[in-house]
Every structure is written in C-alpha cells, then in structure tokens.
Design a protein around this ligand. Sequence first.
Ligand code: SF4
Length: 298
Amino acid sequence: MDHVYKDEGMHYEGNCIRPPSEAYSILLQVTVGCSHNKCTFCGTYKNERFRIKDNDIILNDIIFASRHMRRQDKVFLMDGDALIIPQKRLMWILDRIKEHLPWVRRVGAYANTKGIKMKSPEELAELKKNGLGIIFLGVETGDDEIRKKINKGSTTSFCIEMGRKIKAAGIKLSVTVLLGIAGRKMSLEHARATGRMLSEMDPDYIGALTVMLIPGTPLWQEHERGEFELPDEVGLLKELREMILHTHLTRGLFFSNHASNYLPVKARLPNGKQEALDLIDTALRGEIGLKPEWMRAL
Ligand code: SF4
C-alpha cells in the first residue's frame, strides 16, 4: 500500500534524549524506550515498554523532515537502541532517509551490547555503507563488579569486543563513561579499570558524564538507604584525572563537557593528555572555579 503523507509534525513519544553532539540533528524516533531498561542509575525510559515504531509513522516523520528540516545534515535515530531493529527493517529506514533526505551526510544511533551482538560483521558493514556513520555506546565502567551491581547486562570483555566490532565495520564509536557510578570507596578502582577498558576498546570519542541520582531509580533508592554515596566534587575530579591517566588511545577525543559535569575538559588523545591533567590539577588546587550545582543538569 502506498504511503499517504499527513502533515502532522514529528511523532515523538515519551522521554526523547540524544547525545549532546547530536543537538542539531534531525531526531528520528524509530523505537520507543530501551530493550534492556535495567541499569540501576537510568530513569530515562522507566515507564516505556520497548517497541519498534510502525514503518508508516517512521516514513511520515522522514517526509516531514524532508519538508521542514532541510538545513540539518545529520539524522539521529532515537530511542535507546535502534540497532536492535532487524536488519531488513533498519536497511529500509536508511534507504528511506537516503531517498527523502539526500543531503544527510551521517546517521547515528544509540546501541547496547545486545543489539551489536545481534548484527553480523557483514550486516554492520552493510549499515555503514547505507549511511550509519556513528554508534553511541554507554559503557559506564570497566569494573566487572560495578557492572554487575548496576545491572549493565554485559561483562567488560564482552563490551570491549562489541565496541571493536563497531569500529571494525568502519563505523565511528562514541562511548560514555560515568563518573561517580562506583560510589566513594571504589572511585579510583573504577577510574583505572575504565581507563584500561577504554584503552583496549580504542573508541573515537569518549564522553565522561557525572552520574545523577534520578528519583525512583534503584540507585537513588540505594542512596536513600545510605548504601550508595556519591563522591564529592574533588573526588569526582580525582576520578576523572585517574581515568584520563589510564586511558591510552591511538587517536581519539576525551571530553567531559556534558551539562552534568563540574569541570569541562576536552582532550585530544594521546597528545593532549598532559594538558588535560594539568587543567584538572589546577582545579584541584582551587585555582579555577567549578560549575555550581544549580547549573548541572542532565
Ligand atoms: S542500556 Fe542505556 S537506555 Fe537502557 S537502561 Fe541502560 S543506560 Fe538506560
């Protein structure tokens, strides 16, 4: 049946989020929620039942974008893990983007390890050829004990393997790590283990976010019961410093400029590492101000 276009705007549902670097992209919601939805710190899709949206709605949104978003040259596929969409259907979505939005130069999406596992290397290469240029993967920590505790759903080594699989397909890999997720006691172990993990994975971009306690999440409940204590500002800076110190990339960008962070840092690795460490040391000596609490947000 031919598609009948209805000029009724983008059909967004629920809590729509995107990486900071996709702020000016066409946000195309192809799934609702996250198929994992079990990480203890994450409240983003708590009330959503995961599903893939109807092709008809997706196509309508693509056509809407072709009429009203002609100056945006990137598309970001929301929500949690677009890569979980069966290959044929995902290829169809990329085909429609090409057909109706020929000026788009890159498509990006969030992914989790389960979604990456489901794709063969050949399928990933096919997606890359059809426009998928970047994958955003939340790795959070390289410490297996913490990964289990936060219900990440995969081990460090498997996560490294999945990250490498993305890169091997020629798709850019952007990962996020979570400052503070290990609490106070394990803070530096988390930093070192995560640095080692990042070094093995060798992503193109690393974004360090500071964990925020979202009311209603299991992590928030742990905090309420006094079982989880967030490091203070100085502790978080030391954690960030330790993480950068242990991260050895071939060539990549490490940034902690997310709204949730106290100190914006942007380091091109390997060459910019010392400069970033020096900046953090300056902040630790109190010679530059940190972002006030009220300005931090997710
Ligand atoms: S995989 Fe990502 S979106 Fe899903 S629950 Fe975990 S942090 Fe949230």
